[in-house]
Design a protein around this ligand. Sequence first.
Ligand code: T4K
Length: 410
Amino acid sequence: MTSLALLGSEPAFAEPLHVGRPNIGNCESLKVRIDEMLKRRWFTNDGPFVQEFEHRIAEIIGTKHCVAMCNATISLEIAVRALELRGEVIVPAYTFIATAHALQWQEITPVFADMDPATHHIAPESIERLITPRTTGIIGVHLWGRPCDTQAIEAIGNRRGLKVLYDAAHSFGCSHRGRMVGNFASCEVFSFHATKFVNSFEGGAVVTNDDALAAKMRLMRNFGFSGYDRVIYPGTNGKMPEACAAMGLTCLEAMESIVAANRRNYEAYREGLADLPGVELKSYGLQERRNYQYMVVEIDEDEAALNRDELITVLHRENVLARKYFWPGCHRMEPYRSLQPNAYLLLPVTERIASRVIVLPTGTAVTAQDVGSICEIIRTAFALSEQVRHRLGSSEPGAVSCEYSTAEVA
Ligand code: T4K
């Protein structure tokens, strides 16, 4: 590769290459299930596919209960409510906005903790500093499919009388200290959104080993109905439709091959980005089970030839729609930005890392050859960094003219 689309060449990819292209599994199996569902005329309300999906999830991770829902955001809201959290709950600032919104939506204040720069996870020492008499809980997030420091978080929870749950939206199929994610704290929440390695179009689930909590959440996801004409609890509509469970079951059958494709791409990125100054592909390690669904790269602007935003612009021009998850951090998004304007002062690591991260495409729609081309684009961009900067209208390292620059949130 000798030039770049930004500098006038044809884009490397004729069609956009997305980060979250859905994995599908066996289309024929899905069609058979959808036919079955249509013949049965049972589309939602705890149907047979939903029950089978719940059974399979619980079996794979070894929990007593899996309560499937329409998405992970509603699952988080229901879990938070079932645990009777209120007042303030500590969450990482560096996560998808749904973690914070699930609290704010029910008038609980998310209090933002800083991160550990090595893992991108909530930093336990940051949690300690934020506890007040109004604090009732902690939500840890197993970001990128790598579990957070459950031992330290749960020790704080036990010591300070706080309930702990995990947003495990990224971590289905992963293990931690030899146990599958899903078995930690009071409960854990998975996402089966279209962009997740196992998807049910839209979907989520709360898993737990607590019988009473599971029973309460089953009521809550179905308006509080305990039988025909009998409502015994306040509830909402959090049900997973049968078509979604059909897709979830189909994807589960393909789970191992999806993980293998993700792992192959991860190895290809490792090879393709090796030894590039200022570029770190976050490692997954080999000791535990991982789903390898997020290819997370940190660009150190002091060492790399281009900064994160410059590189994103180059990639987008090549039709590689890399993402800046989870920039700029929840605390910099509304309503938190207005409600907690000084939150950033306690979040120096989040502020620094959020402006460095790029998430690159993977999944079954991305081949190892695609990954090779993406790495080649990055290498070429670094080699031609002066021309790239000139084209972007910035000669100073750190200056950017890309679509979403950090200036927007300053
Ligand atoms: N907690 C955490 C830590 C999470 O990351 C999430 C969700 C949640 C909680 C809440 O889970 P859910 O309530 O969604 O179950 C996407 C997903 O919508 C979201 O589920 C996910 N995390 C987040 C990390 O990514 P966006 O706003 O980036 O989505 P969007 O529409 O830009 O799609 C992402 C990429 O995927 C695009 O490049 C296009 C591609 N795509 C997407 C869809 C939906 C496809 O190719 N096909 C598709 O059908 O949030």
